[in-house]
Every structure is written in C-alpha cells, then in structure tokens.
Ligand binder design. Structure first.
Ligand SMILES: *Cc1c(COP(=O)(O)O)cnc(C)c1O
Length: 401
C-alpha cells in the first residue's frame, strides 16, 4: 500500500470485510439491520438527555441524523478511509457541495482543479459565486506551482485525481504540502481511486469525498455520497452538513454497505479486464492515445505509479480521426456497452465526448478526433473486445461512406 500506513495491522481487504460490523451494530447477524425512523422515541427524560447530548456521536436522536444502520456504515467508511468521521449524503454531488459549504464563507477563495467533474464546476460557477466565494481553476498538472495561485483568502484547494473524462493524474503530495504551509483545507474527490487504490488520509488530504454511487454501491441502483475527515474538522463537517438537511434512507445505506463488502474484489476484476482491453485499444490504428492512468501516454502517469495501488474499469481513449457521424455509428450498434454517465457498476459503458474545451477554463485540449470513455464491467473480456472490434468496423465504414 502506498501512502502512510495506518496504525492498524489489518490489511485493507480485511478492513473492508469487517469494518462497521461490530457486535454493537450486528449482535446476531452478519450484516447490521435496516432501522427506519423519523421519530426516535425516549421513554424517560434521562434517555432524552443522553440522546440530546450524544446526538453527534452514533446515538439515535432524530431520523435525519441517522439510525444505527447509518452509524454502522459511517463507522465502516471512516475506518476504511482512515478518518475520524464520515458524513453521508443523498448522492456524490451532495457530498461535494456539503463539504464545500461546510468550510467556505462569503469572501473566501477556492482553488478548483480544471478537470473537475462537471456538476462540481457548475456548483462553483452558479452557486458559490452567488454566495460570495470566488473560484480559480488550476491546471491539473500544476503540482507545487499551485503556490503562485494562493491568495490571502484561499480557504480550500479542491482536487480530483484522475481528472474527469481526460484522466490527468495530480501530484497530490506537492499540493498538500503547499496547502499545509498556508493553512488551507485540502479536499479530494476520490471516487476513481477509492480507499483501495488511493490512500487519501495517508497523503494528508483533509476531506475525502466519494461518490459512493459508483464503486461502493457497485450495482448501479443507488445514489449515495460520503465525505470523510480528520478529528479537527469532523465536528464542523458533521454539524454544517446536518444544518443543510442532508440525510439518506437506511435502505440505501444498507445496499451501499452490502456493495462495500465486495468492492475490493470487484475492483481487481475491473482493473484486470480494463488493462487487457486498453492494451488492445492502444494497438488499434484509429486510436491516437490512451487516457488510462496506468499507461505512459496518460498525463501524470508518473504520479499514478508513485501514489496509487491500482486502477479500475474506467478510462478513455482519443481517436486520431473521426466525426460525430462515425462515432454515432460506433456507439449506436454496441451489444454490451450501453451509453450511460454513472459508472462503477458491474456493467460496461461507453460515452463519447466531442468538445473537451467546452467543459474547461483552460482551453488547451487539442486532438484530431473525439474522445471516448469506457467503463469496463464484469463481462467476459473476449466478448467486450469483439463488441468494440465491431464498433470500430462501423466507425471505419461510416468514415468511408
Ligand atoms: C459520479 C461522480 C460524482 C457525483 O456523484 P453522484 O452520486 O452521481 O452525484 C462526483 N464525482 C465523480 C468523480 C463522479 O464520477
């Protein structure tokens, strides 16, 4: 494992199986149960007082603050991520907005990676701007150079590595070092890395966000977000997120906790299949280069090698020719790869992007052909390659027509 080792001697795979399943949460069963509640009832004033005083510390008080189902899951994620506490949100986007709103106020400045997930960008431009928070977008490969962008009022540096769609890997340790020097809070959208492949807490990230919708849930049927943080920041994150009214149904939490137990084995399979398919794609004559962090053609590949434990099923590639009609011919006839935005489930996905510069502030994207993002699911690799091969044939046919 890369990053700082935790004190626990337990390996990550064992943690993923055992975290949040103590006798307190699951006295007689393997999995903690589903406790649904709006009202939590108290039988006397002592109970009422106890719940009120401990409502931030895994004691049931009111449904919005969660039930035992929530607390067990929060404990599991905190332990696996190596943080003091975890807030849960109805989706990954809510976790990002909740984390940002918990620590930013009018007059503050935010440094946001330019390759950020598009809804995060929209939140900065369309909502934080109205609240008096200014945002500067920085190059994902800026590294220690980010110090030049630090202002007197810079409160948060937000990272997402690899970047959305184009997959640039950031030099997180250099950015964290600058942030610590200037007393700035660092946040990471670690949805691609997950706790298995990128040790955010070990690298000194203050707030680590997961779109649990993706690999934690793993079955494309639940929306969920988590934000985990340090002892110092946990009371603020917890209470500010609570004030915003974010809460999650115990049924969704249950499904996420269930998905979590197989996350590591699923990731290994996604990774292995994606590496095979990426190699095959790289050799195709229509392909200019891969955007897969584990391949040298990916910007920031050296940071991936240095800092990550592995990859997963999500990567992109850039075509060296082609137009919308040819790409449409390719993606419209796929047998196994469906089009869909939310990845991380067991199924394969394909998604074309024609204008990368439209979703960037630094408009330096240059490519002769469109970009295609794939999520490699758990199907047989040979079937997936055959599907892609037929897709390339349709692409070439459309170009020739
Ligand atoms: C999907 C995703 C999100 C948002 O998660 P939702 O649960 O869909 O709101 C945020 N960040 C990244 C990197 C994502 O892939």
């Amino acid at each position: 494992m890369k990053g700082q080792q935790t004190l626990s001697t337990m390996k990550k795979d064992t943690q993923i199986i055992s975290a949040g399943r103590s006798k307190k949460w699951a006295p007689n069963t393997v999995n903690p149960g589903v406790t649904r509640a709006s009202t939590v009832v108290f039988h006397n004033t002592d109970e009422l007082k106890h719940a009120t005083q401990n409502r931030g510390d895994k004691v049931m008080f009111y449904g919005r603050r969660g039930t035992d189902t929530t607390f067990a899951f929060q404990e599991a994620i905190s332990e696996i991520e190596g943080y003091a506490g975890t807030a849960v949100y109805p989706c990954g986007t809510a976790a990002i907005t909740g984390a940002l709103l918990s620590f930013l106020k009018a007059g503050d400045h935010l440094l946001m990676v330019d390759t950020v997930y598009e809804p995060t960008r929209d939140f900065c431009d369309k909502m934080l701007a109205n609240l008096g928070v200014t945002t500067t977008y920085y190059d994902p490969l800026i590294g220690a150079g980010i110090e030049e962008l630090v202002q007197q009022n810079t409160k948060v540096i937000f990272t997402e590595s690899p970047g959305s769609i184009t997959m640039e890997v950031q030099d997180i340790p250099s950015i964290v070092a600058v942030a610590k020097k200037h007393n700035i809070i660092t946040m990471l959208d670690n949805t691609w890395g997950t706790a298995v492949n990128f040790d955010a807490s070990g690298f000194g990230i203050d707030v680590c966000v997961q779109a649990a919708t993706k690999y934690v849930v793993g079955h494309s049927d639940v929306m969920l977000g988590t934000a985990s943080t340090t002892e110092a920041l946990w009371p603020t994150l917890r209470e500010q997120s609570y004030l915003l009214g974010y809460c999650v149904s115990p049924d969704d939490i249950y499904l996420a906790a269930r998905g979590l137990r197989t996350m590591s084995v699923r990731l290994k399979q996604h990774q292995q299949a994606a590496l095979k398919i990426a190699k095959w794609i790289e050799a195709r004559p229509e392909v200019d280069h891969l955007r897969h962090p584990a391949f040298p053609s990916n910007p920031g590949h050296e940071f991936f090698k240095r800092d990550f434990n592995g990859s997963n099923g999500l990567f992109s590639f850039v075509l060296n020719c082609g137009n919308r009609a040819a790409v449409n011919a390719m993606v419209n006839g796929m047998k196994y790869f469906k089009m869909g935005y939310s990845w991380g489930g067991f199924e394969s996905l394909i998604m074309p992007t024609h204008d990368v510069n439209a979703i960037r502030s630094i408009k330096n994207w240059q490519a002769d052909g469109p970009l295609i993002r794939l999520h490699i699911g758990l199907e047989d690799v040979e079937d997936l390659i055959a599907d892609l091969a037929a897709g390339f044939e349709r692409f070439n046919q459309a170009l020739a027509d």
